[in-house]
Design a protein around this ligand. Structure first.
Ligand code: UD1
Ligand code: MG
Length: 456
């Protein structure tokens, strides 16, 4: 089988510089929702029609998709025609890049109906309370589909029809190829409508869906927000039913590609996006923002931001920590308040509990990074590495000027500026020695108050 996704339109109603299909639903471009779903169908060759901003759309697509360009957007039929022979000699599923929530099961049912009924076209339709904006399904006396009339071409009577075209359909490819040649842009929008091929079909079947939400189309930003809401609720429901506690679904956002194991609790005001996996018995949130992370079992992340990080089991992150791309936090490690970690490995049971920056560093197991420790990894031109050996102790307010290595078990005195390697088990002190001047303060105060008195 083959699938063709139509995604060439700019989406005028979005009022955006960006192609419509790149607008995101739960931080995933809407076109990828469709792409990922159809790629799950077996033996499916997938093509997509791009036009407006095609380079930008192409950039987010997986490689195994055939791209067709429709330079001028003359309508959905014209879009299909611009794929040439792609649609011939096979059954062809057509979906729209702006209808992101359609489910795999629905597509399978659609294909089943199409095959068993030996139809030339099988449409997915749905009845809507408010069908505004959609093409209406006109049926004849015996209930067969006669034609599809777009909103802009519909008279008052037709607009009252509540059964609409979702845009998702399966066609006999050869039939479609021939039918497309007969389509004329004789409608209000002067466009070639794919929906007009219905008039040339001998046998049309329909799959009338009960669940209208999965076929919501996005034409403006109000509909975008609506789809986001529906998608969000579905994902949260699925997770809760699979054993994840979500304390406050109304303030929790979880993307479609997030996997969370059972007995994990998601606390309020948490957002988890991208290809993120979270193990069992974790506590995430409140106020966590997590994207593209791999989190093992029994991890806690509180009031923190994690992007592109991997966190080992039983580690504790936050409150107010920031893990950036390439952070690898070891098992049972602790990353505390106002600690930023970037492109660094933090070993098992290591601790950086307060006010630190750890960048381009390798921190060994059971290292203690004191409050206010900074890796000075950047010289204005290049980034340099810092290595802290297993069991080392870095005193508070230390600056580690990279490239630099602190050996295993070494200690660094608080307030040091470390510019040279520290040998294993050594103590490094790199600061001015303290001078105490007995009675100096008292004398100072006495002199000051005398001179102030004279002035008065
Ligand atoms: C379309 C259907 C309508 C259906 C609705 C469902 C037609 C004529 N109408 O209307 O019956 O109820 O979807 O959401 O098909 N596109 C191209 N090239 C073009 C024009 C459009 O690739 O020249 C793409 C768009 O990028 C979009 C999809 O086709 O992804 C649908 O186009 P859109 O303009 O949104 O059609 P609707 O008015 O929503
Ligand atoms: Mg649309």
């Amino acid at each position: 089988m083959r699938t063709l996704i139509l995604a060439a339109g700019l989406g005028k109603r979005m009022k955006s510089r960006k192609p419509k299909v790149l607008h995101e639903v739960l931080r995933k471009p809407m076109v990828l929702w469709v792409v990922d779903t159809v790629l799950k169908l077996e033996n499916n060759l997938v093509g997509i029609v791009l036009g407006h901003g095609w380079q930008h759309v192409k950039a987010v697509l997986p490689e195994n998709i055939h791209i067709f360009l429709q330079r001028e957007q003359l309508g959905t039929a014209h879009a299909v025609m611009s794929t040439g022979d792609f649609i011939r000699g096979d059954e062809i599923l057509v979906t729209y890049g702006d209808v992101p929530l359609v489910e795999l099961e629905t597509l399978k049912r659609l294909l089943d109906i199409h095959r068993t009924s030996r139809a030339q076209v099988t449409l997915v339709t749905v009845e809507l309370e408010d069908p505004t904006g959609y093409g209406r399904i006109l049926r004849d006396a015996s209930g067969g589909v006669k034609k599809i009339v777009e909103e802009t071409d519909a008279d008052e009577e037709t607009r009252k029809i509540r059964e609409i075209n979702t845009g998702i359909a399966v066609y006999d490819g050869d039939f479609l190829y021939e039918a497309l040649k007969k389509i004329k842009p004789s409608n209000v929008q002067r466009e070639y409508y794919l929906t007009d091929v219905v008039s040339f079909a001998g046998k049309i079947s329909t799959l009338k869906l009960e669940d209208s939400a999965q076929t919501l189309g996005i034409n403006d930003r109000v509909q975008l927000a609506r789809v986001e809401r529906v998608a969000r609720e579905r994902i949260l429901t699925r997770l809760m039913l699979s054993g994840v506690t979500i304390e406050d679904p109304s303030t929790t956002y979880i993307g479609p590609d997030v996997v969370i194991e059972r007995d994990t609790t998601i606390r309020p005001m948490t957002m988890i996006y991208g290809k993120t996996s979270i193990g069992e018995e974790c506590e995430i949130g409140p106020l966590a923002f997590i994207q593209e992370c791999e989190i093992a079992d029994r991890v806690k992340v509180m009031r923190s931001e994690c992007f592109g990080a991997r966190i080992g089991s039983e580690a504790v992150v936050g409150p107010f920590a920031r893990l950036r791309e390439g952070s690898r936090i070891g098992e049972e490690a602790r990353i505390g308040n106002f600690v930023e970690v970037k492109k660094s490995r933090v070993g098992k049971k290591a601790k950086a509990q307060h006010l630190s920056y750890i960048g381009d560093a390798t921190v060994g197991e059971e290292v203690n990074v004191g409050a206010g420790t900074i890796t000075c990894n950047y010289d204005g031109f290049e980034k340099h590495p810092t290595v802290i050996g297993e069991g080392a102790f870095i005193g508070s307010n230390t600056a580690l000027v990279a490239p630099v290595t602190v050996g295993k078990g070494a200690m660094v005195a608080a307030g040091s500026v470390i510019t040279e390697d520290v040998p294993e088990n050594a103590l490094a002190i790199a600061r001015e020695r303290q001078v105490n001047k007995p009675g100096w303060a008292e004398k100072f105060r006495r002199e000051r108050s005398r001179s102030h008195g004279e002035e008065k």
